[in-house]
Ligand binder design. Structure first.
Ligand code: NAD
Length: 472
């Protein structure tokens, strides 16, 4: 009897297709009631998130430490404060965003007026990932709420502390008739993906992006795919060397140990300049993380044994292991890999074929800086492309020649936090975008509305189409 009830309670806990369907129907009923559409509801939820951030900052940074050993300062700067600023922007701008956009009409419809009305899509799904598990969960949720939708969030099982904290926080602070969290891995995500959603925002790998898009296609559900790729940084020899080195380090090792979708994946520079760049990187790395960086408290660890093994595998490939010019040390128990620089690994090495997503930086040298175009274009379009130079013509050419999700000249990563810029990929690095007003627009339907009066009704447009009408 005990084992039967045990099996039953286990079954009750499983989040399967039936439970997913029930959840979506419940949220749809609440969405259809109009509850989430009002300005007041949206503001109440955004204010609740602000309150949550104020009251639970420590719990959030603690959970990020548990999942990634993310330094508290980094956790605050790159996750908590980013969510805070998304919320503040939405609260500040929401009235303006919600206002219909007036559009000029022409003589054809005279007299008339026209506008574009932003209406919520309905019930949306956000599937997020583990590297910035709080930010990449909450930021899309803020967009979905701002646009007046009901939303289900599925955080990543690879960051379990943040995932379970999100369940508690959202239960405690937000309106659960319209905002919910479902924890889980592939089975739970699959159950969710079988349902009909009005939009899905997915953050993660292109491999799973394809699964998400195929599932969405069955219901004609639009998707935003926030994927990754190999983000290049081209460094010309005319740069301020120290600033360049610091910014590359900040965009690689001080950014979640390189486990970031827009982290610098590899550097391209001139052959004769590479030794100078490497020595500046070594010097600044020591300033940042000390003589024994693997022990540094200011750098996150690798998220999981699987990811650790994948990275070690990249480093230990025969054609790579003798190209290490800095680092290479690893500590399997602590899941840590020292900042590692590789010089001139062959292009067919795995480390140059797949997204690194970790603390390894290959530097590729070229005869002419313009050779960078061939290398970058031989790979799928990246999520971000960086260039360090003072040469105005090179800047212009790079912007014109390289297609990428975003681009940043003379720095790395920080374009993601620049208000007013959309964030998203192109081709293999993703589709659609979000952040700020772009989140609001991505989670809204833009409805065209034309208003006419009964005046000036011309018989010209109606049959019978007489020869006189045809002449006109
Ligand atoms: P992942 O695709 O394995 O996991 C992401 C989410 O998908 C998780 O919630 C997971 O539960 C779910 N998932 C995994 N396998 C699934 C399956 N078979 N069916 C349904 N759902 C499944 O990705 P990852 O390894 O966590 O993330 C790494 C990738 O994400 C990198 O390529 C990185 O560049 C990219 N990324 C992109 C952004 C961005 O904003 N563009 C941000 C962070 C990471």
């Amino acid at each position: 009897c005990n084992s039967i009830s045990g099996a039953r309670s286990r079954r009750e806990q499983v989040f399967d297709g039936e439970k997913a369907n029930f959840l979506v129907r419940e949220l749809r009923k609440n969405f259809d009631s109009g509850r989430t559409k009002s300005y007041e509801w949206r503001v109440s939820q955004l204010e609740a998130i602000v309150k949550m951030l104020e009251e639970k900052e420590e719990e959030i940074t603690d959970a990020l430490y548990k999942d990634l050993s993310k330094p508290q300062f980094e956790a605050f700067i790159s996750e908590v404060s980013q969510v805070k600023s998304s919320c503040s922007e939405a609260l500040q701008e929401l009235k303006h965003w919600m206002k219909p956009d007036k559009v000029k009409t022409t003589i054809t419809t005279f007299p008339s007026s026209a506008e574009i009305v932003s209406e919520p899509l309905g019930v949306v799904l956000v599937i997020s990932t583990w590297n910035f598990p709080f930010l990449l969960s909450m930021d899309p949720v803020i967009g979905a709420i701002s646009a007046g939708n009901a939303v289900v969030l599925k955080p990543s099982e690879i960051a379990p502390a943040v995932s379970s904290l999100l369940v508690n926080l959202i239960e405690q602070y937000l309106d659960n008739s319209a905002v919910r969290v479902v924890e889980g891995a592939i089975p739970e995500t699959t159950a969710l993906l079988e349902q009909k959603w009005d939009k899905i925002l997915y953050t993660g790998s292109a491999r799973v992006g394809r699964i998400v898009m195929a599932a969405a296609a069955k219901h004609l559900t639009p998707v935003i795919l926030e994927l990754g790729g190999k983000c290049p940084a081209v460094v010309e020899s005319d740069v301020n060397l120290q600033v360049t080195a610091r910014r590359i380090i900040a965009g690689k090792w001080a950014c979640n140990s390189g486990q970031a979708c827009i982290s610098v994946d590899y550097v391209i520079t001139r052959k004769e300049f590479a030794p100078k760049l490497i020595s500046a990187l070594k010097e600044e790395l020591e300033q940042f993380f000390g003589k024994d960086p693997i022990e540094s408290k200011d750098m996150s660890r690798i998220v999981s044994p699987n990811q650790f093994a994948r990275l070690v595998n990249l480093l230990d490939e025969d054609k790579v292991s003798d190209k290490i010019v800095l680092g290479g040390q690893r500590d399997e128990k602590k899941l840590r890999i020292a900042p590692t620089i590789l010089l001139d690994v062959p292009e067919d090495a795995m480390v140059m074929q797949e997204e690194i997503f970790g603390p390894i930086l290959p530097i590729i040298t070229v005869g002419n800086i313009e050779d960078c175009y061939r290398i970058i274009k031989s790979k799928p379009k990246p999520l971000a492309a960086y260039l360090f130079t003072n040469n105005e013509q090179l800047k212009k050419d790079y912007v014109e020649n390289i297609s990428s999700g975003g681009m940043l000249i003379n720095d790395a990563v920080i374009h993601v936090a620049t208000r007013g810029l959309p964030f998203g990929g192109v081709e293999e690095s993703g589709m659609g975008c979000y952040h700020g007003k772009f989140s609001f627009d991505s989670f809204s339907h833009k409805k065209s509305v034309l208003y006419r009066s009964f005046d000036a009704d011309s018989s010209m447009r109606y049959p019978p189409y007489t020869p006189q009408k045809e002449k006109l």
